[in-house]
Design a protein around this ligand. Structure first.
Ligand code: LLP
Length: 432
């Protein structure tokens, strides 16, 4: 996290003052650090160095073209879940042959597109999907590489909305069924089972659920790998990050700080999983999203008004739940800091957006220094599942995104002009 740090009173992203970026590009503004993406990718990659592995960055966490290009250049492949994400990877210069295609609802068009482009593998989540891929591959005269996503029925101990590896969840094929599904896949003419995949959840802060899931599926994998030409086992993503409070840590990375003493770090992840994975003799894919992108971004917002209602102090800012939905949707914590440091007038405050919903709040009753119109605040660790989950609710345009690299800063996504919001809409003929 040391790429976001105060120089005197000013918060910097690498060598650029965030106030000056906000003044130049306007707010709400996502500011990303190239160095953070890079180091976090490398930290995980290096931790797993003892195992034959490949990182497939989870595009859904932050799919900006610049981010995808950066990861491609670092040597990453991609975990994708839609044709749109595959198009992004291609537009960023990535290769479909480095992509794992996941998702419970792949459409026929998506499967056809991915096959024509030479996707590395489909991670299949149901038997009807196997049939559909087989049929389309047959029509195209190709063989489709497939892996079954196994649902190991292991509790991930994370937020319910981001738990994916139990039978309460829609994902994957039940552990007990997997063998029969491979038999079926093996018998279908246009399919080639080349691996197996799992993903038990996101923002995991302990290694035990991963370890439990790997221990559970490893014997099955050993058996299946003797019958089918397996190349890989993908263990999914899910490594959690520290959201609270990221800036305080004196260490250069949060996983080196005292706060991470009992948490899942890349080292602990590798130490406990590598001995279980290595004997499988397969290439291990990792599908991290948040670990790479989460700490690499800040959402910068401008204070519009401050008002008191009863005992409450509301700081009304120009970013809203449509720009960053995580607090409203998952009760997620994001550290909030003044971009120009202040310490006077600490007041318990709610930072809220202009959207007409009571849930449009970034924090409640949090101690913050006295804010004034025109001050900037930073919502930290907004690099993953932030811009990608933005919407146009309340007819608000998407914010802009800026990537910083040392002293360079460039807009990597322009602020959405409001005219674009009306594109494609029309009044029907019977009203005109
Ligand atoms: N692989 C698969 C198949 C996934 O479904 C996901 C995330 C990942 C990898 C990457 O997981 P990560 O390493 O980022 O934890 N919007 C939520 C998170 C949703 C995660 C969905 N799947 C949030 O803001 O917390």
């Amino acid at each position: 996290m040391h790429d976001f740090h105060y120089v005197g009173q000013e918060l910097y992203c690498e060598d650029r003052s965030i106030s000056s970026l906000a003044a130049e590009f306007g707010t709400p503004l996502y500011v990303y650090s190239q160095q953070t993406f890079t180091r976090h990718y490398q930290a995980l990659d290096q931790a797993m160095a003892g195992v034959d592995h490949a990182v497939s960055y989870s595009v859904k966490s932050n799919s900006n073209l610049a981010v995808l290009r950066l990861l491609r250049d670092l040597g990453s492949g991609f975990d994708i879940v839609s044709e749109g994400e595959l198009q992004r990877v291609i537009a960023a210069g990535g290769s479909p042959s480095d992509c794992l295609f996941a998702g419970v609802g792949k459409t026929a068009n998506e499967i056809e597109f991915a096959l024509k482009r030479g996707i590395y593998c489909f991670n299949v989540e149901s038997e009807p999907e196997l049939d559909r891929i087989n049929r389309i591959a047959g029509q195209l005269g190709v063989t489709a590489p497939v892996a079954v996503r196994v649902n190991p029925n292991v509790e991930a101990k994370t937020h319910a909305k981001i738990t994916t590896g139990t039978y309460e969840n829609k994902f994957g094929i039940a552990f007990e069924e997997v063998e029969a599904v491979y038999q079926r896949a093996g018998a279908l003419e246009h399919l080639k089972p080349i691996g197996i995949q799992m993903h038990i959840g996101s923002q995991l802060t302990q290694v035990e659920p991963f370890e439990k899931a790997v221990r559970k599926v490893a014997p099955l994998i050993e058996k299946l790998a003797q019958q089918y030409p397996f190349e890989f086992f993908s263990i999914g993503g899910g490594l959690g990050i520290i959201y609270q409070p990221a800036l305080e840590s004196g260490a250069s990375e949060w996983w080196e700080s005292e706060k991470a003493r009992d948490l899942l770090t890349p080292q602990r992840y590798a130490e406990s999983l590598a001995p279980l994975l290595k004997p499988l003799g397969l290439r291990i894919f990792l599908e991290p999203g948040r670990f790479i992108a989460g700490n690499a971004g800040v959402l910068v917002t401008r204070v519009e008004y401050v008002k008191q209602t009863g005992d409450k102090n509301f700081v009304i800012v120009d970013a809203a739940m449509n720009d960053l939905i995580r607090p409203a949707f998952y009760e997620a914590y994001h550290e909030i800091v003044p971009i120009h440091a202040k310490s006077e007038g600490i007041t318990s405050s709610d930072v809220v957006g202009p959207v007409c919903e009571s849930g449009d709040a970034f924090c409640q009753d949090r101690p913050l220094p006295a804010m004034q119109e025109g001050d900037y605040l930073g919502l930290m660790s907004a690099g993953a599942y932030s811009m990608v989950m933005a919407s146009n609710y309340n007819s608000r345009g998407f914010p802009a995104e800026v990537l910083v690299n040392g002293s360079q800063a460039e807009v990597v996504r322009a602020r959405q002009p409001l005219e674009q919001l009306l594109q494609g809409e029309r009044v029907p003929s019977w009203m005109t």
